[in-house]
Design a protein around this ligand. Structure first.
Ligand code: A2H
Length: 255
């Protein structure tokens, strides 16, 4: 655990179509027509244009938590407790859980990913390395700029049957989002190849790739898309974040 509080951007990915088992798990537990959101926590809001899927830990249990009469979040219970004390739920200080849902049952669900160039929505996919002790236990995937995400979508596409998913869910086009001097405009795929990372289990090299990608992307990167196209990442990052928050598509979450 970090000593300093980590300030995340929590993004609201609205459920468009539930996977059958998740639909079963929540049936009759929330009012008809209520909105449900998967809520990943990210440190890189400026990369949200590049979302191609959303990860959950297949073995983790998530809760369906009430935000207000019409809105519910799918997150870990741990994150819900934190949010309850950050003024995020209508009823401050307490949590109201409508249902439990197993991560693997959410896989296949179609969600809307704010700012993503994939406007048709993205799928929820399994990621074995999701930590239950960090963020919300939900991770949005940006394979252009996150080596972890790229290694995972590559593995999922390679072994789609084994993971019980449709191959095309893991093969959405990876658009360039950030231009960098050293690694081109697809930083994560470049570094994964350069460091010969073969799977999400190559944790040591992934750690190094993550470090390199973060430094280069943050301090040297230039946005290639969106309203702040042409601006340095360092400058554009808070602007993209504010835009998401003002649109009601995200909120500040810290732990
Ligand atoms: B980041 P820190 Cl493009 N388990 O978002 C594993 N990873 C998690 C997580 C969890 N429970 N919760 C959040 N994360 C990921 C974007 C991104 C991220 C990019 C590049 C790097 C990057 C898209 N995925 O993170 O330990 C989330 O992925 C590199 C560190 O709190 C979140 O930001 O520093 C980041 O890890 C938070 O990690």
């Amino acid at each position: 655990e970090a000593v300093n509080p980590q300030e995340y951007t929590a993004l609201k990915l609205k459920v468009l179509e539930w996977a059958p088992k998740a639909a079963e798990a929540i049936k009759g537990k929330i009012p008809e027509g209520a909105n449900v959101f998967l809520v990943p926590a990210t440190l890189r809001p400026e990369t949200m244009y590049g979302q191609t899927c959303c990860f959950v830990g297949p073995k983790l249990t998530y809760g369906l938590f009430k935000v207000d009469e019409n809105n519910y979040f799918v997150i870990t219970e741990r994150a819900a407790r934190n949010m309850a004390y950050q003024g995020i739920f209508a009823k401050e200080g307490s949590i109201e859980k409508a249902a439990d849902i197993l991560g693997s049952d959410i896989v296949g669900t179609l969600v809307n990913a704010p700012l993503s160039l994939h406007k048709e929505g993205v799928r929820v996919l399994p990621m074995d390395t999701v930590l239950p002790t960090k963020g919300t236990g939900v991770v949005t995937s940006v394979p252009s700029d996150s080596p972890d995400d790229f290694a995972t979508v590559t593995e999922l596409a390679k072994k789609a049957d084994y993971y019980g998913i449709q191959k095309e869910w893991a093969e959405l086009e990876i658009f360039p989002i950030i231009e960098t001097q050293s690694y081109g405009d697809l930083c994560a795929p470049f570094l994964v190849k350069k460091l010969k990372i073969a799977s999400p289990k190559d944790t040591k090299q992934l750690e190094e790739a993550k470090e390199l990608a973060y430094k280069e992307g943050f301090y040297q990167g230039i946005l290639k898309v969106g309203d702040f196209k042409g601006e340095k990442v360092e400058i554009a990052k808070p602007k993209v974040r504010s835009q998401l928050i003002e649109a009601g598509d995200a909120f500040a979450y810290s732990e």
